[in-house]
Write a protein that binds this ligand. Structure first.
Ligand code: PMP
Ligand code: GLN
Length: 402
């Protein structure tokens, strides 16, 4: 057959997954989780918890299945979940959302991101500004939608953007400023100054802000500030979150997108032809989760903070420099320079790490565009969302490698 045409090509290329022979590589998460399974190494790569979430949430899903919640839910989501999301935004952030108009439930944050980008981008001259490194699906979906990706660098060790660089990246061609806060893969939390500037630039250039806040409850030093709460932001901001991280249910794929009704309607117009709907019995279960008392949410943040500290300590003892994350599942570490001063390649390092140390991690180069890989070639992401004994064992294996 002749070369297969189609958008798959630019999508894969956008994600940096097109091999020189024209085949498509799996995502870095799939590759590294498979490597962990194959070698029996400890998986500090793909971000998922190795423990179940709260019993109340799990049993609500079992009850829903037993009680016949097994057919297509309504297109925007089950009303009880829409109400629970609205209550959650009011309880934590003082935002008033109309459950019937301002929210759509999606197949994870991933579908919300894809639908928002496909809905709001309209042609090859449109630009999407993202902070780099970025979550892998951003570049893939911007490429799928046929727009141009404009990156603003986050640099070791603080991973805050330079404001002048941000200002020159956002122009009248910018349709979307795509933000992720707390940030995967760096664990950075945007400073108030950066948040204000994002909103100011979006207003100045009439851009939409799409903000991915899936780690909203995994923040260690301060309360999370959604961009949508800033003065002037609400009317042009779509906020995305998900139950996956907050309730340790990444396999359920219940996410949501919220914002002013006209923007949400535009996203729904696309979303209804991607999955239509998903996860009927998991929707009431996530509603139960969102209504858990404050102590639950404080508990997951403080538990993960302690794990972050444990992982950071282990990495330092193993000879890495560590950027202390202020949120998210992740810690970025810098590979120690080899004694012979030889070059470091995070991808090679991570592919060899299971055999050398019995640990899997993710190279930061997987989160940056090809042209910028060199600038991140000594940085590796480790996930802290694992049991304490697993983190301790990983730390001692890494130290033994030294
Ligand atoms: N955005 C970010 C920043 C993430 O880290 C993840 C997943 N870990 C997602 C989106 C996808 O979330 P979901 O599993 O709900 O699709
Ligand atoms: N978000 C998870 C991570 O960053 C992985 C999700 C996925 O495998 N697509 O590790």
């Amino acid at each position: 057959m002749r070369e297969l045409p189609g958008a798959w090509r630019r999508t894969s290329a956008g994600a940096g997954l097109m091999a020189p022979d024209g085949s498509v590589r799996p995502t870095i998460f799939a590759e590294m989780s498979a490597l962990a399974a194959e070698t029996g190494a400890i998986n500090l790569g793909q971000g998922f918890s190795d423990e179940d979430g709260p019993d109340a949430v799990l049993s609500a899903a079992r009850d829903a299945i037993s009680n016949g919640v097994n057919q297509y839910p309504p297109g925007r989501g089950i009303p009880d979940l829409l109400s629970a999301i609205s209550e959650h935004q009011l309880r934590f952030y003082g935002l008033h959302l109309d459950p019937a108009r301002d929210i759509v439930v999606t197949a994870g944050a991933t579908e919300a991101l894809a639908a928002a980008l496909l809905a709001l981008i309209d042609g090859p001259d449109d630009e999407v500004v993202v902070f780099e490194p970025y979550y892998d699906s951003y570049a893939a979906c911007v490429a799928l939608a046929g727009a141009r990706l404009v990156t603003v660098a986050l640099r070791w060790p603080q991973f805050q953007p330079d404001l002048d660089q941000l200002r020159s990246a956002v122009t009248d061609r910018t349709r979307i400023i795509l933000v992720n806060d707390p940030h995967n893969p760096t664990g950075a939390v945007l400073s108030a100054e950066v948040r204000d500037e994002i909103v100011r630039l979006a207003e100045q250039h009439d851009a939409v802000i799409v903000t991915d806040e899936v780690y909203e409850h995994l923040i260690f030093d301060e309360p999370h500030v959604p961009l949508a709460t800033l003065p002037g932001a609400w009317d042009r901001t779509l906020t995305i979150s998900s139950g996956g991280k907050t309730f340790s249910t990444t396999g359920w794929k219940i996410g949501w997108i919220s914002g002013p009704a006209p923007l949400v309607d535009a996203v729904l117009a696309v979303k209804q032809f991607l999955t239509y709907v998903n996860g009927a019995p998991f929707q009431p279960a996530i509603a139960t989760g969102l209504r858990l008392p404050d102590e639950y949410f404080e508990g997951i943040a403080s538990t993960l903070r302690a794990k972050r500290d444990l992982l950071g300590e282990g990495l330092r003892e193993a000879g890495f420099e560590v950027s202390v994350p202020r949120g998210s599942y992740f810690t970025v570490a810098r590979i120690p320079e080899p004694d012979d001063g030889g070059h470091i390649d995070a991808g090679e390092f991570c592919r060899a790490l299971p055999a050398r140390a019995g640990v899997v991690a993710i190279p930061l180069t997987a989160f940056v565009s090809t042209a910028h890989r060199g600038e991140y070639a000594d940085l590796v992401r480790f996930a802290a969302c694992k049991r304490v004994e697993v983190l301790e064992e990983a730390a001692s294996r890494l130290a033994a490698m030294r």
